[in-house]
Write a protein that binds this ligand. Structure first.
Ligand SMILES: *[C@@H]1O[C@H](CO)[C@@H](O)[C@H](O)[C@H]1NC(C)=O
Ligand SMILES: *[C@@H]1O[C@H](CO)[C@@H](O)[C@H](O)[C@H]1NC(C)=O
Ligand SMILES: *[C@@H]1O[C@H](CO)[C@@H](O)[C@H](O)[C@H]1NC(C)=O
Length: 417
């Protein structure tokens, strides 16, 4: 197996190639900057493991009680968001950077505005991993990424999975990049890393929540996966074994939904299936088909929003259920997604059975929905209603499910399926 470094590089190449950008454009995007920006994640500050746990509801409720949600007795606000952060002694750094951008000041000072600002406290800047001054372009994106374009009180945040921001993302077809909100035992978090430390400062034109870490505009899907080898090294190895970079390089996309199986998800296929997929020529062709089946191009499906297709806009209300059929890269074979809201929680299942174990991992060029099992197309001969995916899968079963969808060019090995 290649070293992690190589795998990371591969994933970077994979990410970069999703929209087939030019090498100089890649260089321009500054891979060093990306390294720096992601350093805290590699340090383990990124509590992704927490996100993977199914936290018991009663313990979350305790965590809820600890958050001061009710601010009804506050006096009517008299200042705008911008005025409040400019005057506050603990938000001087963010206010300074913001003041360099007149149009952003206007957004937060305009009394007609209705926005939410997640303002990093001054201490948050001590944790920035940059060795050098970050590029102005990055700072600008980061500032935009802290402004959500609706008013979300802390109470609203508990019921909110993702929020659109002022940051428009070309890789998402010009749509707003989103922030991920989550309630964990540690409190309310934005994008895993930033904790809300002072909620609900009200302004005349919206609301402010103070956070303890700067929120980084997300990076590419492949890059994010490569930063979490404890969870995705098998998937990264699968990309490598199947020369997936070459394939994905030719696929044009504006946004994507990637159902990324964890290492445990692959392990659940069983040792025989894994040996077949990873160590035989025939298996690798099947593996490549499986990888294609995990990617939906041009539709970015968050648990509470959908980019890139017309139709029903999901409204995350308790008791609501949404069903989607999405075309994958596997010869347009569809994957079904069921999203169920109950109370402030959401459950997502792929093909009726495969659970999403970490939802809405926002990326520059799409969203990662982390799955606890490898999604498989249904059997040809009977509908998959009652199949148990808890059991290991046989090699014959894998071949049966996928052999009709193999691209000609992938069939360059001796033998038949
Ligand atoms: C912000 O708005 C207030 C009142 O609407 C105004 O007096 C002030 O000059 C504005 N500040 C900036 C920097 O635009
Ligand atoms: C995604 O959309 C773009 C622009 O509409 C289109 O060129 C491309 O072929 C689409 N990709 C896939 C895989 O359908
Ligand atoms: C599937 O399961 C349901 C309920 O457990 C049962 O009623 C039904 O007969 C099963 N269908 C098949 C094809 O086994």
């Amino acid at each position: 197996m290649k070293s992690l470094l190589n795998l990371s590089f591969l994933a970077l190449a994979l990410a970069a190639s999703v929209r087939a950008i030019q090498p100089d454009e890649l260089a321009q995007r500054g891979s060093d900057v990306v390294e720096d920006v992601l350093a805290p994640i590699k340090d383990g500050a990124f509590n992704f493991d927490d996100a993977l746990e199914d936290t018991p509801v009663d313990r979350l409720t305790e965590s809820l009680d600890a958050i001061n949600l009710l601010d009804d007795d506050h006096p009517e606000p008299t200042l705008t968001i911008y005025q409040l952060i400019s005057e506050h002694p603990h938000t001087t750094k963010f206010a300074y950077h913001l003041s360099q951008h007149d149009d952003l000041v206007e957004i937060l000072n305009n009394t007609e505005g209705r926005n939410t600002l997640f303002v990093p406290a001054d201490e948050a800047f001590d944790h920035l991993p940059f060795k050098e001054h970050p590029p102005e372009e990055w700072i600008r994106s980061a500032l935009e990424y802290h402004i959500a374009t609706h008013v979300y009180t802390a109470h609203d945040l508990i019921r909110t999975n993702t929020m659109p921001t002022v940051l428009k993302e070309e890789w998402l077809g010009g749509k707003p990049q989103r922030l991920r909100a989550s309630l964990t035992l540690g409190g309310l978090h934005i994008n895993f890393l930033s904790k809300v430390i002072v909620p609900n400062t009200r302004a005349t034109n919206g609301i402010i929540h103070t956070i303890n870490r700067v929120a980084f505009p997300p990076t590419m899907v492949g890059r994010e996966l490569s930063l979490l080898p404890n969870h995705f090294s098998t998937l990264l190895l699968a990309y490598e074994k199947t020369d997936f970079v070459k394939f994905i390089h030719g696929v044009k996309m504006e946004g994507s939904t990637v159902f990324a199986p964890t290492n445990q998800a692959f392990a659940k296929l069983g040792p025989r299936a894994n040996a077949f997929l990873f160590n035989s020529d025939k298996g690798k062709v099947i593996l490549k088909a499986l990888l294609k089946y995990q990617i939906v191009a041009n539709v970015t499906l968050y648990s509470d929003a959908r980019y890139g297709s017309t139709g029903e806009v999901p409204i995350p209300e308790s008791g609501k259920h949404y069903h989607y059929d999405l075309k994958t890269l596997l010869q347009e074979k569809h994957v079904s997604v069921d999203v169920n809201y109950f109370g402030p929680f959401v459950k997502i299942k792929v093909n009726g059975q495969t659970p999403v174990v970490a939802r809405d991992v926002v990326a520059k060029n799409g969203v990662i929905q982390v799955v606890g099992r490898v999604p498989l197309p249904p059997h040809k001969h009977h509908d998959g209603e009652n199949e148990s995916e808890d059991e290991e899968i046989s090699v014959d079963d894998l071949v049966e499910r996928l052999s009709d969808y193999i691209d000609e060019e992938d069939l360059r090995y001796d033998g038949e399926l």
